[in-house]
Design a protein around this ligand. Sequence first.
Ligand code: ASP
Length: 367
Amino acid sequence: MSLVGRDLVSVLDFGREELERIFRTADSMQRFTRKCRSQLKNYVMATIFFEPSTRTRLSFETSMHRLGGSVIGFAESGVSSVAKGETLADTIRMVESYSDVIVLRHKVEGSARFAAEISGVPVLNGGDGSQHHPSQTLTDLFTIRKEFGEIDGRNILLMGDLQHTRSASSLAYGLGHYKAITLSLVSPPNLGMRPEVTDYLENRDVKYQEGQDPADFIGEADVIYVTRLQKERFPDPKKAEALKGSYILTRELLKRAPKHAIVMHHLPRIEEIPLEVDYTPNARYFQQAANGVPVRMAFLYLSVYHSKYHPVKQREPTLRSSDTRRCANSNCISNQPREPILPMLKEVMSKGERVLQCQYCGRYTKE
Ligand code: ASP
């Protein structure tokens, strides 16, 4: 399927062939990350970031500049009309008329899916809530592919706060496209991968194991992917404080990994990777962050070049009287009372039980 005009909401929306096409384009973009090209001359990208960001926003902006395009936007909600009470829907309706592509970061889960529904220009998800971060995942998969030649057959240790880290769940979704993956999910108690993600892995026949001590799994790992404790997503900050330092990839621990293993991190790292690891031949997190530019250049080029504005008829939400079910996640876009949106729930099976899965945030709700 053509990638022209496509949104980037979740890696689940792409097939393996499409991912490969993005990576091949990123391969060729690598030569141009320090030069200016002109394919996207006269195109405007809007970056609207309602949460802090360094890498995602700056690498998207660099990518657009390198392709000859221009950039508008804001990096915190306090400087936009959201501070005056504007809804996301109204913001998107404005910004789509000023730009050819929108990059959105938002703390509410499912906001990128909703924005893509009401926008006439492609919406690229720069991270929404703790669920999806597709441009990070494209960067991560590209990094693994570049290091090992292929992604199939890799043994990947994913460690840290797997419950709240969107880069981690998004990467798990991405790995579901590949064959013979072994995934070790290591986290402190109660911070494990959420059930909708492990159900997905089971449905895709991805072999995964769960544990609490990275030392049990590191000896087999090709990739050690460390994540940050996402303290801002803990309902009780004291609980995050109590977990500080509960997992650290020390140089000692790294010695137990195969020589060829690479260490990745979505960054920012706080204390989970000490500085001493930076000087080992295994560290790849800065290279990984650098790879964000050719990958984002590739997606922007494939999606935006020659894309047309498609006016979207305003959907008027009318609740079906028989359907009063709502998503149980209060941080889901479908539960934001001022947004013009209806809940969208689908029945699925989870561990032998029938549950409702929200089509915006992906979370389960018990019937
Ligand atoms: N920058 C990444 C994100 O926004 C990772 C992080 O914040 O830990 O998801």
